[in-house]
Ligand binder design. Structure first.
Ligand SMILES: Nc1ncnc2c1ncn2[C@@H]1O[C@H](COP(=O)(O)OP(=O)(O)OP(=O)(O)O)[C@@H](O)[C@H]1O
Ligand SMILES: [Mg+2]
Length: 367
């Protein structure tokens, strides 16, 4: 059992307020990702859970026990860093067994635990090598192995694979997710890479400027972002945003210099539920993901928006088309069979139920 609860957590470094009142509950056996841009307070939060950093105010509990003043070594957690922090003059076996030797476990117990961890990580044949004889991915496995042998209640990982090359990173994502299910332990994992968080986490805590923006499943983070920041942070290429005016004069419409869109009943109902007082006009930001826009060479429906191809970016099976609509530039994800050179006239259809609307002032979702 290892449930981690964070209540009203603050971290100040002198004048810098790095974490500003975070509340989170990570369930036992859950894979939680802390996701956000550089400097948003992810590492500070993780280091306070680990006990490597003092808590300015607030409370952290592990299985109901307040750990604020408990020494890191007594919290029963293991932390894996981006820099593997392996001992260069010790073999892989010695590196992995080190935490057990300092705890004075018996030789046979040490051997069993290291072997088991090495099997899980598929590094049994590397036991006699030195760190300098290992690839980046292998070193990272050894560092994780050293955490596994201790059998901690909670694994904390701070960008453990962010410096590996793209192919190895993609491989390690699958491996880490598999490992977490295999060990059936609580993982709290820090990353600034939305793809990592989306592909591995049970739940994602999106942070920005020391504040929690949304804490939800990857599906809901992607499909029901709470605000414009979350919407723009997940997804690649990112969501397109267009400033519009929402009016209800003659039916619910989005008005823009270049186009006018009637909103579907479903969208209307959602917005109405969020803004019951609304009548007249409201400044909003329309959000639409590149994959939720259909691009064509001929106009076939009234709701379609005219634009011009700015540039195309072929990605193998997919094609990203940059289209200008007046002063706006939109990205559309389509298949490689689309044909349209620079300057070609095109028509865009936004998939009606994939539209997001944000309050232009507060940037909160209106849906
Ligand atoms: N020891 C420190 N002294 C002063 N300021 C610090 C210290 N550690 C972090 N900060 C500041 O606190 C804020 C949050 O830092 P933190 O390391 O938690 O961010 P992060 O989300 O992990 O970023 P990154 O993705 O770059 O690792 C930043 O503005 C950072 O400059
Ligand atoms: Mg960090």
């Amino acid at each position: 059992m290892a449930k981690v609860t964070i209540k009203n957590l603050y971290k100040r470094y002198g004048k810098v307020e790095a974490v500003k009142g975070i509340n989170l509950e990570c369930e036992d056996k859950e894979f939680l990702c802390l996701l956000g841009p550089s400097g948003c307070g992810k590492s500070s939060t993780l280091r306070m859970i680990a006990g490597l950093e003092d808590i300015t105010s607030g409370e952290i509990t592990i299985d109901g026990v307040r750990v604020n003043n408990i020494h890191p070594s007594k919290r029963d957690i293991a932390m894996v860093f981006e820099t593997y922090a392996l001992y260069p003059h010790k073999t892989v076996f010695k590196n992995m067994s080190y935490p057990l030797r300092i705890r004075k476990l018996s030789k046979s117990e040490i051997l069993t635990r290291v072997q088991r961890a090495a099997e899980i990580l598929e590094i049994t044949d590397l036991m006699d090598r030195y760190p300098r004889e290992l690839s980046g991915g292998q070193k990272q496995r050894v560092a994780i192995g050293r955490a596994i042998v201790r059998n901690p209640k909670v694994f904390l990982m701070d960008e453990p694979i962010s410096h590996l090359d793209a192919k190895l990173r993609a491989h390690m994502r699958g491996e880490l997710k598999h490992l977490q299910k295999e060990l059936s332990q609580t993982f709290i994992y820090v990353t600034h890479d939305q793809l990592e968080a989306m592909s591995m986490a049970d739940r994602i805590a999106v942070m920005n400027h020391g504040l929690l923006q949304q804490y939800d499943s990857p599906h809901n983070i992607f499909n029901q972002p709470a605000n414009q920041f979350v919407a723009g942070f997940v997804g690649d290429p990112p969501m397109n945003f267009i400033e519009c005016i929402l009016t209800v004069e003659d039916g619910w419409k989005l008005k823009h210099d270049e186009f006018e869109l009637s909103l579907e009943d479903k969208v209307q109902q959602k917005v109405q539920a969020q803004t019951p007082q609304f009548s007249g006009a409201l400044n909003v930001t329309l959000g639409i993901r590149p994959e939720s826009i259909t691009i064509k060479r001929e106009k076939t429906k009234p709701n379609e928006i005219a634009g011009q191809v700015y540039i195309t970016e072929p990605l193998g099976s997919d094609l990203i088309v940059d289209v200008t609509v007046g002063q706006e530039r939109l990205k559309i994800k389509t298949t490689s069979s689309f044909e349209g050179d620079r300057g070609a006239k095109v028509f865009l259809e936004m998939v009606p139920d994939k539209i997001h609307l944000f309050d232009a002032q507060t940037s909160k979702s209106l849906m």
